[in-house]
Ligand binder design. Structure first.
Ligand code: SAM
Ligand code: SF4
Length: 469
């Protein structure tokens, strides 16, 4: 792969972002409410409007923003939470990202790339716990080229265990060239995620002193190349803590607008991981721009309102308490039962942390997360229906097509969740889960759709699998 950035320019106007953040200080309550209303009317916000929300620091106004985000989630997406697990394939890396345990200069990390038989065992262990959706994660290394990513994805899709298999694989890996993206797409991936880490050029330079990732523009335009290769489910993100979260949140919106303008479709998902401690990596203990829990909640709620059509991802980097609170602000996907030590789903040992990129804060099992979701009136979903039926941009459809969630997403959540309970759940989770399914059924109108759903529920109870609308 040849990195060529000739003719590329940044679409992140740094000066303009600082100006918006400066000129919108101390907004009136009316203005803030007007903007929340615009979002509730299903409109994407403009940068000036996002800056107003960021500057609405008065606690009462911040509360209205939280409330707005909750309402938007409830109104448009309902109470579903899609579950996935990260699967790290290899931690060799030629980059030198100052915040990452995998960076090439880190002598304390233990390097490991899964062999195909090891990959099979990892996938079997994940399938045995009930997972259906993965994000496969790779360091950046000549070994992990497009062909390798393609081959490992194919391998994962080929594994069947008991009643289960992985039905959707998303990718988080280095940006490729168009040819590389085409090859990876041909393996049948869902979303391709690339996080810009920081959109602030000077900070980017300091954080990425060497390796291919030191090229800001190559990375910034990575998802444009993915689009050119036909991958239209793409995920953007920023690593919170490297630079001012206000700037990064605004930049995520500018990236969104750029994708809308260029490809008529914004990002499928937005991620906003915070820096976590990592082996041999002092920077993580004192991130340059640490984001407090309160500001983190604000940034999630503001992103929800600013880009109402996109999926928001919240990972096990965050604590249980914070995850429980933040999922109400419009998060659509969470990971659960995650283990990021390479090879650690099938074989965890005391050394596993040495093969991890960073340390997780939510160590609950998938079963426990599911039980707690049900107890809080969420319906867990393992649905991959849209992706399997070629309905790409599923999250956008949920947003844009009236009744889509009721017709497709909730019934598919019920069916995939029931499969989970039939095959994998603990007795306690089954009790909580069956109650949740009852609640969902009670909320549905008595129509043909519900009748078909009830039939399919019986089919699953009788041993059929993988039924979806
Ligand atoms: N190597 C590829 C890359 O850099 O794009 C693949 C992804 S990397 C393994 C996954 C993501 O983890 C990075 O994009 C970064 O945002 C995040 N990350 C790195 N170090 C982290 C840390 N200490 N705490 C939390 N997240 C971190
Ligand atoms: Fe390598 Fe990615 Fe870690 Fe950077 S963030 S050191 S590219 S694995």
């Amino acid at each position: 792969m040849k990195i060529n950035t000739t003719g590329l320019a940044s679409f992140i106007p740094e000066e303009e972002i600082f100006q918006w953040l400066e000129t919108t200080k101390n907004p009136s309550a009316e203005r803030v409410r007007e903007i929340i209303q615009k979002s509730l009317n299903k409109n994407r916000l403009d940068p000036e409007e996002m800056a107003v929300l960021i500057n609405a620091e008065d606690p009462a106004l911040a509360e209205e923003i939280f409330e707005g985000a909750r309402e938007l989630k409830q109104r448009i997406y309902g109470n579903r939470i899609v579950l996935f697990a990260p699967l790290y394939i290899g931690n060799e890396c030629i980059n030198n990202c100052q915040y990452c345990g995998f960076r090439c200069t880190n002598k304390e990390v233990s390097r490991k790339t899964l062999t195909m038989p090891e990959l099979d065992r990892e996938v079997e262990a994940l399938v045995d716990r009930g997972h259906k959706r993965l994000i496969m994660v790779y360091g950046e290394h000549p070994k992990y080229d497009a062909q390798f990513i393609h081959d490992t994805v194919k391998e994962v899709y080929g594994i069947k265990k008991g009643n289960g298999e992985i039905r959707r694989v998303n990718i988080n890996a280095a940006p490729l060239d168009v040819e590389g993206f085409k090859l990876v797409k041909s393996a049948g991936i869902g979303t391709y995620q690339i996080f810009q880490e920081t959109y602030h050029q000077q900070t980017y330079k300091e954080m990425h002193p060497s390796g291919p990732k030191s090229d800001y523009l190559w990375r910034l335009h990575g998802l444009d190349r993915a689009q050119q290769a036909g991958i239209d489910d793409i995920g953007i993100g920023a690593l919170m803590g490297l630079f001012d979260w206000r700037f990064e949140t605004m930049a995520l919106l500018y990236h969104t607008i750029h994708l809308e303008e260029e490809f008529k479709v914004g990002p499928h998902t937005i991620s906003f991981p915070r820096i976590e401690p990592a082996i041999g990596t002092d920077l993580c203990d004192r991130p340059p721009y640490e984001v407090s829990d309160y500001d983190f909640k604000r940034l999630v709620a503001i992103l929800r309102l600013a880009v109402p059509y996109t999926g928001l991802i919240l990972t096990c980097r965050e604590s249980v308490e914070l995850r429980n609170e933040i999922i109400q602000f419009g998060v659509s996907q969470i990971d659960a039962g995650s283990n990021i030590g390479i090879g650690a789903y099938s074989q965890e040992d005391e050394e596993s942390y040495k093969k991890s990129q960073f340390v997780l804060n939510d160590g609950r099992s998938l079963d426990q997360v599911i039980r707690e979701l049900c107890e809080a009136d969420f319906i867990p979903s393992f649905c991959t229906g849209c992706y399997r039926l070629g309905r790409t941009g599923e999250h956008f459809m949920e947003f844009a097509i009236p009744g889509f969630v009721k017709r497709f997403c909730t019934p598919n959540a019920v069916l995939t969740f029931l499969e989970y309970m039939e095959d994998y759940s603990s007795p306690e989770t089954r009790v909580a889960g069956m109650k949740q399914i009852e609640r969902e059924l009670e909320r549905m109108p008595e129509d043909d759709k519900k009748a078909t759903l009830l039939e399919r529920i019986e089919q699953i109870k009788n041993g059929d699998r993988d039924l979806y609308f």
